[in-house]
Design a protein around this ligand. Structure first.
Ligand code: IPE
Ligand code: IPE
Ligand code: MG
Length: 217
């Protein structure tokens, strides 16, 4: 399952007169979804947390987001590890030295865990990822789909079956363009902090009733 967690800013402005407080509130939904995945035996959860385009946001908001992540990991990494959750970062780690190190450490510490893999898309852009893959492959004379799969940040991660975007916007915003070739996409009106367990249940039930053709009849 992959999620574009959109709508924090609008939620924050509406309820707390601050975009940043919306991001803080959104973290609660992240925890809810993590628990949900463990309960329902969903093995891979890919979360879009910061896009290559999000660098265009004001420094204050960027710093707030990175701080939030840093504090969260410092506080919860041990618990995450005890719950046998594996953390993998998708995207180039181009943050503060401190955060880069913490992200590396989180990946290393949890690398053997198998209960749930959380792929955190951070400084992630699908086009950047494809350019990175093509550059790795440029010496090859013939390139297969498998070769490309194996050079993406998502190497060894199955393509998502479900992609959810909250926040009442219907676009992919440079997320998993290659990997979502056959993904079932669900656009959710609710803002990310308002997204609840029952909304996830509804989506999973809809997904179960979809006939996935993959081109066949
Ligand atoms: C969260 O939602 C996405 C992140 C970049 C963390 P937004 O911050 O884009 O919220 P809206 O779309 O402005 O409401
Ligand atoms: C997509 O949301 C990126 C993340 C959720 C991290 P945005 O809010 O940045 O997308 P756009 O700019 O509206 O397309
Ligand atoms: Mg947004």
């Amino acid at each position: 399952m992959a999620i574009i967690m959109d709508g924090n800013g609008r939620w924050g402005l509406k309820h707390k007169n601050s975009r940043n407080l919306g991001h803080k509130e959104g973290l609660k939904t992240v925890e809810m979804v993590m628990k949900y995945c463990i309960k329902k035996h969903i093995k891979f959860l890919t979360l879009y947390a910061f896009s290559t385009e999000n660098w265009k946001r004001p420094l204050k908001e960027r710093n707030y987001l990175f701080n939030l992540l840093e504090i969260y990991l410092k506080e919860k990494l041990e618990k995450i590890n005890n719950e046998k959750i594996k953390i993998k970062i998708l995207g180039e780690k181009k943050f503060s030295k401190k955060l880069n190190k913490l992200l590396d450490f989180s990946e290393k510490m949890t690398t053997k865990n198998t209960k749930l893999q959380i792929n955190l898309a951070l400084n992630y852009g699908s086009k950047k990822e494809l350019v990175y893959a093509f550059n790795k492959l440029k010496k090859k004379s013939r390139i297969s789909e498998n070769d490309i799969d194996n050079c993406l940040y998502t190497k060894n991660i199955p393509d998502p079956e479900i992609l959810i975007r909250t926040g009442n916007t219907q676009r992919l915003s440079n997320f998993l363009l290659w990997q979502a070739a056959y993904t079932e996409i669900f656009f959710e009106k609710k803002l990310w902090p308002d997204f609840k367990n029952e909304d996830l249940n509804k989506i999973i039930n809809k997904f179960r009733n979809i006939k996935r053709n993959f081109g066949k009849v």
